[in-house]
Design a protein around this ligand. Structure first.
Ligand code: SAH
Length: 259
């Protein structure tokens, strides 16, 4: 039997219309779709009824399928001749462990292809109609992870991240938001720096919070977000703040504009 193929596919941030044509084409041809928790239900609805679905999603209190097992599943399915779509939220190679899976497939001699997706930063910024770079406001953008291993401090270069000329996008940062704000302020980023927090961006459940760095931690907790949250920190977020018609300095203000 001939070996199948694995497509590492970005599902985008949630809105199915943000899937690429290439993603839609391989999903339509797939024998099996192996997907993560971040892949929205609306996107799963695009998977045909006859396609086998394997949920390897990670829930907070729920044991995730270990990465080694996911790798093994992809390899076994491909060896059995299947056309496999490995569907990941956003872009598979941005905080998605897609490259680890690619390396395993490569080592096993399995043909694979990577189909990029719209990462959360792009989807959330566009949904809020703000740019990530803009002449005069931000000359660059950095994507960082705010997630850390249990009991270890975040391993980030705070001095370089506390840069008012660069937009800072924090993925997986909600549970460590106090530490993130504290470090940025300690390294010189102004408390007045605008911040946009987006929860479940590009989905019908999207909620946005416009605030300033000094009020962020408390406002983010008060918002009681449920679902993935992304923080966009920097002058570009000031455009969302201006549109909201308030100064963003207080928690009450931040919460008042939430959708
Ligand atoms: N590969 C994904 C990121 C995976 S890490 C991508 O390219 O987007 C998971 C983190 O992504 C979440 O904790 C959150 O910070 C962010 N995220 C993913 N989808 C999101 C969405 N729809 N709205 C807000 N944040 C999102």
């Amino acid at each position: 039997m001939s070996v199948g193929k694995v497509y590492l596919v970005g599902a985008g941030p949630g809105d199915p219309e943000l899937l690429t044509l290439k993603a839609i084409r391989v999903i339509a041809r797939a024998d099996v779709v192996v997907y993560d928790r971040l892949v929205s239900n609306r996107i799963l609805e695009t998977v045909g009824a006859g396609v086998v679905r394997i949920d390897v999603g990670k829930q907070a209190d729920f044991h995730p399928v270990p990465q080694a097992e996911i790798n093994e599943t992809l390899i076994c399915l491909a060896r059995a001749g299947r056309l496999v779509v490995r569907l990941k939220g956003g872009d598979p190679f941005i905080f998605g462990r897609g490259c680890e899976e690619a390396a395993e497939l490569e080592a096993a001699g399995i043909p694979y292809e990577v189909i990029p997706g719209i990462t959360a930063a792009q989807g959330c910024a566009a949904a809020a109609r703000i740019p990530l770079t803009h002449r005069g406001l931000a000359s660059g953008v950095r994507y960082v992870t705010g997630h850390r291993k249990a009991n270890e401090p975040l391993d980030l270069d705070w001095a370089s991240l506390a840069d008012p000329d660069t937009t800072l996008v924090v993925y997986m940062g909600l549970s460590n938001i106090e530490e993130i704000v504290g470090q940025l302020v300690a390294h010189g980023l102004a408390m007045s720096t605008p911040v946009l927090a987006v929860c479940q961006g590009t989905t019908p459940g999207e909620r946005r919070l416009c605030t300033r760095l000094g009020a962020l931690a408390e406002a983010a907790h008060a918002a009681a977000f449920s679902g993935p949250v992304l923080f966009i920190i920097g002058r570009v977020a000031g455009l969302a703040l201006e549109r909201s018609g308030h100064d963003g300095a207080t928690i009450a203000e931040a919460l008042s504009v939430m959708a």
